[in-house]
Design a protein around this ligand. Structure first.
Ligand SMILES: [Zn+2]
Ligand SMILES: [Zn+2]
Length: 277
């Protein structure tokens, strides 16, 4: 389905054009390789080629979209990257010994071919300090952005006041939200885990928390439990209190709070939430 959408979405095509414009075609790349081989023979200076598997051989897979921006960022001006005839991506590294080439590959992997594993980006609410990097993350990972519809509205409108961007002396670009949760609850599958995305308004109209069970423990991503509440943020105290009461009812073992880090232990989690009631 996603691949089908990629084919028809002009934005994706535009993004692809930008991502892939430094990747040589198989024909061009073959002649670059040929030239490098000749030069190495003539000068005795070796070169290396790193080859990256990027999926099923059909061009511009998800893996390729993740890999190429990292590669283009890392290569030197004398290096070249291109498609191999079998659909893999190669990087020619002139004057590079194999140890250096391995290091190059290790760095690429460390820099994040793995981001392709990130499938969903859950926004707990619209505030700038929680959403400012979302567009870049989506671009790097291909993840879909999920938010409650009541906060998605401010993100998509690029509202710098309600998103609190103006509090940071900044402004936000309109951000497309791929999945808008309506109503009070929606379940998502993340790897092997079931995650509940639950509307918990108060701090903002579309504030939400996420919770899941892992190794017999209930983990709660409680967003900005601490508030603050402010008219400009469209905060509503009565909703906030109700939401905190709901958080207490979850009896979570671990609370990941928006600003205060991780609180571990049922009692400590309870104490933390109650301190704001
Ligand atoms: Zn906030
Ligand atoms: Zn915050």
């Amino acid at each position: 389905m996603k691949r089908y959408l990629d084919k028809i979405n002009p934005l994706v095509l535009f993004r692809d054009a930008k991502i892939f414009n430094r990747v040589h075609s198989p024909g061009e790349f073959a002649s670059i390789l040929h030239r490098e081989r000749d030069r190495a023979d003539r000068t005795g200076q070796e070169f290396s080629m790193a080859v990256f598997e990027v999926g099923n051989g059909s061009r511009k897979t998800h893996a390729a979209r993740n890999l190429v921006p990292i590669l283009t960022h890392r290569i030197r001006s004398t290096d070249a990257i291109g498609w191999l005839a079998d659909g893999r991506i190669g990087a020619v590294l002139p004057h590079t010994r194999p140890e250096r080439a391995w290091k190059f590959v290790a760095n690429i992997r460390k820099a994040g071919v793995e981001p392709g594993c990130v499938k969903q980006l859950f926004l707990t609410h619209c505030h700038y300090d929680h959403t400012g990097g979302a567009a870049a993350l989506r671009q790097q990972t291909g993840a879909v952005i999920v938010a409650h519809e009541l906060d998605a509205e401010y993100l998509e409108a690029g509202d710098s006041r309600v998103t609190a961007a103006s509090w940071y002396g900044a402004w936000i670009e309109p951000l497309r939200v791929d999945v808008k949760v309506a109503g009070s609850e929606q379940r998502f599958t993340v790897g092997k885990l079931e995650v509940t995305f639950r509307h918990a308004p108060g701090h903002s109209p579309g504030s939400a928390v996420l919770y899941l069970e892992s190794d017999g423990k209930r983990v709660l991503f409680g967003q900005d439990v601490h508030g603050p509440l402010h008219d400009e943020l469209r905060s509503v105290r009565a909703d906030y209190v109700k939401s905190l009461e709901f958080l207490l009812s979850l009896e979570a073992d671990i609370l990941c709070e928006g600003h205060f880090g991780v609180v571990i232990g049922k009692q400590k989690v309870r104490d933390f939430i109650e301190s704001y009631l």
